[in-house]
Design a protein around this ligand. Structure first.
Ligand code: ADP
Ligand code: MG
Length: 244
């Protein structure tokens, strides 16, 4: 039996800001059709990794292989065109613009007939009916949860193969987080691969099938999410509890 080529294979990845190195050689593989979670304390480098993967920061060393092709040196538009979309920390919506126009911004780079983009918009509204109700409302006047749906919807409008979401649940109520998790799992069942940064480790590990823990710019642990959820070291480091 041959091992399948990972969807995304990161090796020896180094990146940072100016003189500062933040990522010190990241090795990580993401499989097609899976939800992968990224956990780790504040400042571990999770957002920097996502920014590097989406081309906002140029890697200094290492490889980012996407279906076997190296993405290093590609700009954000090229990476988006390869099928990797990034929902940034803090959502970054255009506040005065309405929901539908924000969603359509996500499709700006698609060279496809209008009908294909309209179909994606329908799919986003099916996934998040709330956004359909609010489609003419200024995005900046919506609740945090609705804005997160809009940011995820904008990411989906690029018709990605991999959707990266930074800080999924930040500032959202537990009920909303539960709804978002269900929506993401439904998208995943339809074939979307996901990489999710999530502060709440239980949510992260329940949502995902695989997970990586980062600390100080390095991957310190990785594996199956349910095994990690029951790992005494993970429980002690991230859940503040001893093994049950
Ligand atoms: N724009 C920036 N300029 C300089 N340093 C930054 C910048 N953004 C983040 N950092 C630094 O990079 C490190 C990792 O940050 P970040 O990737 O945001 O971590 P996380 O998302 O895991 O909380 C931190 O030490 C942070 O101070
Ligand atoms: Mg972050």
């Amino acid at each position: 039996m041959t091992t399948p080529v990972p969807l995304l294979e990161i090796s020896g990845l180094q990146a940072g800001y100016g003189e500062i190195t933040v990522l010190w050689g990241i090795d990580m593989a993401l499989q097609q059709g899976e939800i992968t979670a990224l956990i780790g304390s504040n400042g571990a480098g999770k957002s920097t990794l996502m920014r590097t993967l989406s081309g906002l920061i140029a890697p200094r060393a290492g490889k980012i292989l996407w279906n076997g092709e190296d993405l290093c040196g590609k700009n954000p538009a090229q990476i988006l065109a390869h099928g990797i979309a990034h929902v940034p920390e803090g959502r970054r919506l255009f506040g005065p613009m309405n929901v539908e126009d924000n969603l359509l911004m996500g499709a700006y780079a698609r060279r496809e007939p209008r009908a294909a983009i309209a179909r994606s918009l329908d799919q986003v509204y099916t996934t998040f009916p709330k956004l359909y109700e609010r489609r003419t409302q200024a995005a900046g006047t919506m609740s945090g949860g609705e804005q997160q749906m809009c940011a995820i919807g904008r990411g989906l409008m690029s018709a990605p193969k991999l959707l990266m979401i930074d800080e999924l649940s930040l500032g959202l109520s537990p009920l909303l987080v539960e709804q978002l998790v269900e929506s993401l799992q439904a998208l995943n069942r339809d074939g979307l691969s996901l990489l999710v940064v999530e502060q709440d480790v239980v949510t992260a590990l329940e949502l995902s099938s695989h997970a990586f823990a980062m600390d100080m710019g390095r991957v310190v642990q990785g594996g199956g999410s349910s095994a990690m959820l029951h790992d005494p070291a993970i429980r002690q480091a991230y859940l503040g509890m001893l093994a049950a």
